[in-house]
Design a protein around this ligand. Structure first.
Ligand SMILES: [Zn+2]
Length: 241
């Protein structure tokens, strides 16, 4: 019944009225109405509950049936529902996007073949999970962006890519997407290492009259708060001037 209602032109007009196509025709078209719950139903440790991993998708009620907005977009555009056993993937990693050009109908087998061609072990915590909307390429981009800029918080990065902070944190700390069994949390340790030379340079600049916000841009791998604490001798007191 849900599928039949999708062919109703008035229903389609109502659907597209809730879509923000943005300034670029080839960019993401964002669903502006309801989404599946993003911040509810997490475990005590802050990870999304497994049964609720599909948060962050647009949702719409058509013909009395609640459906994912990107599925409806696909159905309107191709005038048919998804084929049996197929999943619909976002090539843009943006769960709220309903641009038909960013939606790819495929099978889990397609996903698996992609991974084998790239020489990776199948890993159910990552891309092979049918409800996952990330890719290995995107995951490594997230990690290097976070690692390369200490002013970037997990919350800030999560906002930028429309992910939930607990989800992103599990990626950044290798709690998920970790086929090689790398120690969890090692990323944070790498971010903490600031060389003694950098500590001395920061203090020299600070003592010469520069403000913390002026010094910070010269140290892209050190956060503003850390620069302030180092400059004022509140941290790294082990380093003598
Ligand atoms: Zn998109």
């Amino acid at each position: 019944m849900g599928s039949l209602a999708v062919h109703d032109l008035a229903v389609q007009a109502r659907f597209w009225a809730k879509v923000d196509k943005g300034p670029h025709p080839k960019g993401c078209w964002l669903w502006t109405a309801n989404s599946t719950s993003e911040y509810k139903s997490f475990t005590k440790s802050g990870l999304p509950r497994k049964r609720n991993r599909d948060y962050g998708y647009g949702k719409v009620t058509i013909g009395g049936v609640s459906r994912r907005a990107h599925h409806v977009s696909f159905e309107i555009t191709h005038n048919r529902p998804l084929r049996d056993g197929m999943i619909l993937r976002h090539t843009c990693d943006n769960g709220k996007c309903v641009n038909p050009d960013h939606l790819l109908e495929g099978t889990n087998v397609d996903n698996m073949r992609d991974m084998y061609e790239r020489g990776r072990e199948p890993d159910l915590s990552g891309e092979l999970n049918p409800s996952s909307r990330l890719s290995w390429e995107f995951v490594s981009r997230l990690r290097s962006e976070y690692e390369g800029n200490l002013n970037l918080t997990c919350h800030g990065l999560a906002r930028k890519y429309n992910l939930t902070p607990p989800h992103l944190w599990s990626i950044l700390t290798y709690t998920s997407w970790n086929p090689d069994g790398r120690p969890v949390g090692i990323l944070r340790e790498a971010r903490k290492r600031i060389s003694d030379d950098d500590v001395r340079r920061i203090r020299k600049l600070y003592d010469s009259g520069m403000r913390v916000y002026e010094i910070n841009p010269h140290f892209s791998n050190i956060s503003k708060r850390q620069v302030g604490n180092i400059a004022r001798r509140k941290s790294r007191v082990d380093v003598n001037d």
